[in-house]
Design a protein around this ligand. Sequence first.
Ligand code: MGD
Ligand code: MGD
Ligand code: MO
Length: 699
Amino acid sequence: MIKDMFPSPLPAGEGPGVRAHEHPTTCPLDCPGSCALIVTHDGNRISRIVGNPAHPFTRGVICGKVARYGDIQHGPRIASPLLRHGPKGSGSFQPISWDEAFDHIVARMQEIIASLGPEAIFPYYYGGTMGMVQRAACDRLTHRAGFSRLNKTICYPISETGWLAGVGRVMGPNPIELQDSDLIVLWGINAVSTHINLMPFIKEARQRGARLVVIDPYRNRTARLADVHLAIQPGCDAALALAMMNVIVTEGMVDRAYLQQRSDYDHALEQHILRCTPEWAANITGLESEVIRQLARWYGTAQAPFIRIGMGMSRHANGAVNVHAITCLVTLTGAWQRRGGGALLATGDAFPTTDAPVRQPGWLQPQRRLLDMSRLGDWLTDTTLAPPIAMLLIFNANPAASCPDASRVIRGLQRPDLFTVVHEQVMSDTARQADLVLPATTFLEHEDLYKSYGQYTLQHAQPLLPPWQQARCNHDVVNELARRLGYQEEPFQWDVATMVRQVLQASQLPPPETWSAPWLDFTPSEDEAHFRHRFGHADGRFHFYPHWSDANMPRLPDHWPVNRYDQPEQRRRYPLRLLLPPAHDLLNTTFAAAAAPRQRHGPPTLWLHPEDATARGIGAESQVTVYNDQASLTMAVRITTDVTVGLCLCEAGYLAEDFPEGLPINALTHASPVAPAGGAAFHDNCVEVRVAQSTGGMD
Ligand SMILES: Nc1nc2c(c(=O)[nH]1)N[C@H]1C(S)=C(S)[C@@H](COP(=O)(O)OP(=O)(O)OC[C@H]3O[C@@H](n4cnc5c(=O)[nH]c(N)nc54)[C@H](O)[C@@H]3O)O[C@H]1N2
Ligand SMILES: Nc1nc2c(c(=O)[nH]1)N[C@H]1C(S)=C(S)[C@@H](COP(=O)(O)OP(=O)(O)OC[C@H]3O[C@@H](n4cnc5c(=O)[nH]c(N)nc54)[C@H](O)[C@@H]3O)O[C@H]1N2
Ligand SMILES: [Mo]
């Protein structure tokens, strides 16, 4: 019956890897895997979610979070539009109809447009769903109406600018080639937690004798599996890469013919590398010079070394410079050329797709201001911003918890003159602060196309279940709002299925009915993926000399000491560095509102080295208060050598209600702009820690 309501391009029970009563779909979450899933359900409830064994990258492997997506699908959801009726943030709402909700929003929008102009309205979205149709739907309304535009910096641009500076194109060897590598370096990526699909390929390579090296400031789940874990100090990766380059030059492991043909390498650069000795880097990175030498020798003599660069390592003020330096190392030995070798950050530029029908860039009014999403707290609280933000329209994002300087974001959300609309599945920290909450469908309830950023397939997924209660999808909400504002353009009349087909047509791709599987494979040829004939820049060469748009950035690959910890005043007042990496059982803050994943994740806990604990009189049973200029948060402590002296961390994703202070973990992060393109330095924090007062002092 459901099948008739929601016809599938491949009827249930058909298609590669799929049996009767099983339905193919795609994980919509913001993760490089974009896993192909198979869902078993009875028309209302899902009973099983597994990876699709026939998908060339997923190969049946998915993470535990998504296997238990029922936690969200059938957990407490927003059932109907809700209008605030207590004070902001009190969580007190009354159900209203969709009609009333649209009337409220449209009346308020018209009032704001008339009094302050359309730029006073700021639509904000991010990673709740990565679907091409649903995710950015509100952009076409932004462009048509002239609202403030969103600069999407929160995740990717720091690493992207670092990668593009050298390579010029965002793609690289197929990650499946990890299985053909003889030296795998996971550099600032916690793959066991954030990209599980890499692990089977790595396992295969190791069975054939490959080594696994993990470069990460703490012993995370991935580091535990490694042959060697290098516990580098945060924000120092360029120093390590340069010192490895130094050893490779001095010990004659450079591929000079390749450098000459494919790069701008020159004598001046070599002189610079010769100054960056392992001893120099040891001082900066906290690693021993002999360890650096050994790693460089392994790297320089490996047949096919593959470096998977994580976005995590880029979340520092100097992140782009560090990513660029790693790609320089790969070029020095010519490792790019060889099957199983090279490096990968992301895959986006391999796709021939355009989302122009969804976002309608042609309607863009270029004079409209562009606001860096990572600085939302500033925009909401800056009294000089003209016009001020009078309405926030939030889709698939939870900025009250996921944005840096979260306490400022929350202060902003509590402004009495701000009207906040949040389209959500669950009562997130942001929804709680809203004036109006709208119920959103899940990926099991709406159609979409999914482009991956960690592998090379484009996937199509049909809805498998009817929308729960009154939930509506992003696409439909945006189109209804636009129509009520009087916009007549055709894209505002299209339904989701039409939009999917428009996107495919604009991308010169066939409609999904004609696909032989729920995916199309855009894996580049091996020559293209390994940049064998050219890199992405106009001159076809790899650029050791980056052309940063910000003149303050170093002209050569170099260690660039601009992080918080590099400022003596910060270091004096807040001597511990704090990392806030993603949690294994959550996805950013998705799942944090559901009971079972929350329980698995456990209460907020600070990982602290025994020496740092002793110096502060902190014992295993203590509650600790972690503080800096931005905030003060109380949590449990785990005293462990999984972190080095001077470093502490809390695996993130926590919500405001998880702390006695009522603020989310990102209250401890700062939102200073990151060069050259904006973004959030989530791991660049200095803090001090003391025993929490409520525990009654020292133990
Ligand atoms: N379970 C889970 N999976 C996720 C997510 C999640 O929240 N939870 N988030 C998803 C999203 S949106 C993204 S963008 C990806 C991100 O996934 P990854 O690219 O893996 O990035 P992170 O997990 O943020 O950080 C990876 C590691 O970088 C380390 N790191 C921090 N600073 C440095 C440094 O200066 N140098 C080095 N070498 N390492 C450093 C951290 O300690 C961490 O272990 O994961 C996706 N997958
Ligand atoms: N401390 C720290 N903070 C971080 C990071 C970190 O490593 N450390 N990582 C950062 C990164 S990489 C990212 S990408 C950002 C992500 O930050 P956000 O984009 O805010 O992602 P989430 O926190 O997962 O919140 C997404 C919300 O969208 C909702 N949602 C899901 N699907 C839909 C849908 O179809 N429609 C609508 N309307 N809503 C939907 C979910 O219920 C969820 O509440 O977080 C950043 N924050
Ligand atoms: Mo992300």
